[in-house]
Design a protein around this ligand. Sequence first.
Ligand code: NAD
Length: 287
Amino acid sequence: MQILDGKKLAKKIEDNVIKEVTKIKEEVDVTPGLAVILVGQDPASAAYVSMKKKACDRMGFYSVSHEMPEDISQEAIENTIVMMNQNPNIDGILIQLPLPSHIDTTKILELVDPAKDVDGFHPYNVGRLVTNLDGFVPCTPLGVMEMLAEYNIDVKGKNCCVVGASNIVGKPMASLLLNADATVEICHIFTDNLKKHTLNADIILVGVGVINLIKEDMIKDGAIIVDIGINRAENGKLVGDVDFENVSKKCSYITPVPGGVGPMTIAMLMSNTLKAAKLNAAKKIEV
Ligand code: NAD
């Protein structure tokens, strides 16, 4: 069994981003800029925003965070997005999800300029992903694909079982795998007999939010396991959706939690923001 080391690969990607940022700063005087919108006091969301801010500092990006109270109006969030869309120093806009229930999340995500949609959640970019055209791809599944490529795991023709079907994890994960010529099954909470599906898979990619959902009797010998879940166990430790201790004895590759997909998500956010900065700079030169 081999560990898919997301922490190590994320560091490699971030080192490359730093090199490229230094280069574009020198050559075209461009500093990538990321704006983050955080609504409310959810500790997990606040922790993610703080990690993203620290990553921006490490990469030499310009970053601003708009922290708003839980009872903020739809209009106030929308006004901030419009401002960020127009701000030439901002290349990427990230709305930390989930938003409070009185907010229309779809409307908020649709308001982000697709050229600044570094999370890849705008329907324009979702459409481009599904049709296998270049655009912004959600960071978590993009990070998974990078990790598989780093370990020379070719998904072409492989049976892949994606467990979890959210817009930010499962669906884009399935699209990326399909675009890479895998045979893809998507399972979710209403899937009957999950085990029947996972047992058939060469690669299982699970992002659900249920501790120990995937157990050793649910995987075939030598399967590749990508654990996207992040859960807080009773003892306070971070764990994924896979029973790591037992599954790791039977699989060929596995991502640990923490240190697997999580660090890759941040690295891909930095990489997407750099991509946006380059595209936005090229547009300014054309004008
Ligand atoms: P979500 O609640 O939006 O979606 C969960 C999905 O899992 C749904 O499609 C649901 O049908 C499915 N599901 C729930 N229970 C299930 C069960 N018992 N069997 C099969 N399917 C089931 O959640 P999300 O935002 O997609 O996040 C999923 C997990 O991934 C969470 O643990 C989250 O913390 C984690 N996550 C990790 C990263 C990262 O960087 N590693 C990024 C985003 C989300």
